[in-house]
Design a protein around this ligand. Sequence first.
Ligand code: GDP
Length: 297
Amino acid sequence: MFENLSERLGGVFDRLTKQGALSADDVKIALREVRVALLEADVSLPVVRNFIKSVETKATGSAVTKSITPGQQVVKIVHDELIRVLAGEEDAGALKIDTPPAPILMVGLQGSGKTTTTAKLAKRLKEREGKRVLMASLDVNRPAAMEQLAILGTQIGVDTLPIVKGEDPVAIAKRAKTQASLGGYDVYMLDTAGRLHIDAELIQQAADVRDVVKPRETLLVVDGLTGQDAVNVATEFDDKIGVSGVVLTRMDGDGRGGAALSMRAITGKPIRFVGLGEKMDAIETFEAERVAGRILG
Ligand code: GDP
């Protein structure tokens, strides 16, 4: 799992004299490699700096046991520290849907995978928890997005709110709430409009809907491949709307997962789920262990 970093560190330590404990110099040299590895994994610079500082403190003077090399020792400390920073809620996948019908607001930029994630989560709630879920698209500017949710709904056997032309997002949200109550649904998921960039109208729309339905969860969907941009998007959405968690999509792609570390460290918001493909089952709860492994390469 850590071949990449382990190899690099192995090389560094081969040149050092064997000692019983890691010296400050050993650690400094090793952490230069760790720094490069983290930057290559697309972790943002301020996060890397902080991270390196805390690892340095922990690693200096720590005893090296006979069974592992000093390089492995540093990798272990880095790994443990990654888990500590990444770890969010105990049970990231447990959505707060206790009082039916519980509203879940889905927010994010266009193309982030928001509609797909809405359907994936609906399917998960239905199959794993036996919940009755109603989905509604609020993307009135993009009829294709509304159609897309309806098609996914049919595919996974989850109801969608019938589309009524000319309705505004708040009216749709109210209708979804009423329909969810009358129809005995446990959860209703609102797929808000996405845009290419965050703008005042997008934020206002999401805030208006939030005020009407008072969501139990507001999940921000971000493209895990966009690195630092994903973190900026999260900061802005959280400041303006308030999010209860993040879903990182495209974690099946080439990205090394550094966005996850930056996301957690900068926004303080827990990553709840990761998207791992286009299929409706390609979603998993966030596990710090797995992502740490990915970052270390
Ligand atoms: P939206 O505009 O945010 O609603 O984005 P969509 O849900 O329409 O998704 C945009 C594209 O990304 C679609 O082709 C999805 O199949 C794809 N997609 C969504 N999530 C993932 C993911 O986790 N991995 C991969 N590889 N593709 C995804």
